[in-house]
Design a protein around this ligand. Structure first.
Ligand code: PXG
Ligand code: PLP
Length: 445
């Protein structure tokens, strides 16, 4: 877009908007405003083009400005802007659920809609607890998460999550009966691994320790991100997820995969469950479900879980849970149009063919100043930096800023720079992302 043709909008007052997960004062002193998006790019309010290397926030998997989504949403708005799904229904909710089941891991035949990943997580945890009661094992009430896990910001999600800053302020309100397995982050053994790290499958064995401590009869579910994003891209060691699945089977404990980031093609299959050939009992998703165009999340459930609820009198509500906007018609329209694009363009598998290019590009940054590890899988790349003494996260923030100034949007998670471009990314754009990141690293003390 030619900046000269578009008068800059009057600078808005910045005080009223309390920004999420943002250093508000730092941002408002030097705001970075995005005004337009198309394909792989954003344009800033002053007309500068920025290559989106993070798919918005890991969600715009089909790239920006997809007409089919816009038109589907507009059509739905003109036909029926809202319809309740409590004791009522509308066709696109059922259609979207059916379409999702078609691409889901084996047996995941039921879908519960939410409005975000955080709501999907809280929903999955509640389904897990209610399921154990429904099938007559009401003693199974404990939940197990992992250190460094990110499961959104609901009270359930932060309780099973393992990110210190998300927890410490709210410690008085953590849900009871939660344990945490160790994370699998280990630079000593795994630094600079390409793809899944070879070391660490044995860490799954810690689940046996927790089960031995409490007894399996008290444990409802284990929740895990197949690949964790927010904690700085932590990958499952080879064989680790399989081992977790075996232990859960052995002790009759539900396994929940949180696929909010890994879902919808990010790592080369529709879901990580398929890529890693480990099928969970429940799966939480959001983000790529609607290409980020309308907020929506979904919990996938194995048929056996849904069936366990379908007893008692037929006029009884089986699950006391739901959101006003569960299966909102606008979100359903966006979801259906998004799935059409994914399927027509083969995007749910495309990351597999681009992964080698990204792997080579990201690992070419080894040896640059302050780089202490590089990780990658599918269309996810991460460069970990040595934190500045006494100033954690400051170095990665500076690198993020330098990249933005040079026209590439990356994401800083702690002292890790994460890259997760839309799945439509071209090989040349992958190269450009890491060229710019390399320059930024060279210039950052
Ligand atoms: N689970 C996982 C695994 C996630 O990654 C959520 C739940 C929560 O989703 P909502 O839609 O409530 O935000 C997430 C979200 C980042 C970043 O850059 C990651 C997320 C959100 C924003 C930024 O690491 N993950
Ligand atoms: N708070 C109040 C007072 C409500 O009436 C409702 C829903 O009816 C909620 C919260 C929950 O809102 P939502 O269904 O959008 O999650």
């Amino acid at each position: 877009m030619n900046a000269k043709l578009t008068p800059a909008p009057a600078p808005p007052g910045l005080d009223a908007f309390w920004m999420p997960f943002t250093a508000n004062r730092q941002f408002k002193a030097n705001p970075r405003m995005l005004a337009r998006a198309e394909g792989m790019n954003y344009w800033t309010a002053d007309g500068r083009e920025v290559l989106d290397a993070v798919a918005g926030l890991w969600c715009v998997n089909a790239g920006h400005g997809r007409r089919e989504i816009t038109e589907a949403v507009a059509r739905q708005l003109q036909t029926m802007e809202f319809a309740p799904t409590f004791q009522m229904g509308h066709p696109s909710a059922f259609e979207l659920a059916n379409r999702l089941v078609e691409i889901a891991p084996p047996g995941m035949e039921r879908v519960f809609f939410t409005n975000s990943g955080s709501e999907a997580v809280d929903t999955a945890l509640k389904i897990a607890l209610a399921y154990q009661r429904a099938r007559g094992v009401a003693t199974k009430t404990r939940l197990i998460g992992r250190e460094k896990g990110y499961h959104g910001v609901g009270f359930g999600g932060i309780s099973v999550g393992g990110i210190v800053n998300n927890r410490k302020f709210f410690s008085a309100a953590m849900i009871p009966g939660v344990d945490h397995m160790p994370h699998t982050y280990d630079l000593e053994h795994n630094a600079y691994s390409r793809g899944l790290p070879p070391w660490g499958a044995h860490l799954a064995g810690d689940l046996e320790r927790i089960i031995a401590l409490h007894d399996a009869s008290t444990i409802a579910a284990v929740i895990i991100e197949p690949i964790s994003g927010s904690a700085g891209v932590i990958l499952p060691p080879v064989g680790y997820l399989q081992k977790i699945r075996e232990i859960c089977n052995k002790h009759d404990i539900l396994l929940i995969f949180d696929e909010v980031i890994t879902g919808f093609g990010r790592i080369g299959s529709p879901f990580a469950a398929q890529q890693f050939e480990v099928t969970p009992d429940l799966m939480t998703t959001a983000k790529g479900l609607t290409n980020g165009a309308v907020p929506m999340g979904a919990v996938f459930a194995q048929r056996k879980i849904y069936d366990a609820f379908m007893q008692g009198p037929e006029n009884a509500i089986e699950l006391f849970h739901g959101y006003t906007y569960s299966a909102h018609p606008i979100a359903c329209a966006a979801g259906l149009a998004t799935l059409d694009i994914y399927q027509r363009e083969g995007l749910l598998r495309r990351a597999a063919s681009l992964a080698p290019r990204l792997e080579n590009a990201v690992h070419s940054l080894k040896g640059l100043p302050n780089v202490i590890d590089i990780r990658n899988y599918g269309l996810i790349g991460a460069v970990e930096l040595e934190p500045r003494a006494g100033k954690p996260t400051a170095r990665a923030y500076d690198v993020f800023l330098k990249c933005f100034e040079r026209g590439v949007l990356v994401r800083a998670a702690g002292d890790v720079i994460a890259v997760s471009p839309p799945l439509i990314v071209e090989e040349k754009q992958i190269d450009r992302i890491f060229e710019v990141l390399g320059q930024a690293l060279r210039e950052t003390a």
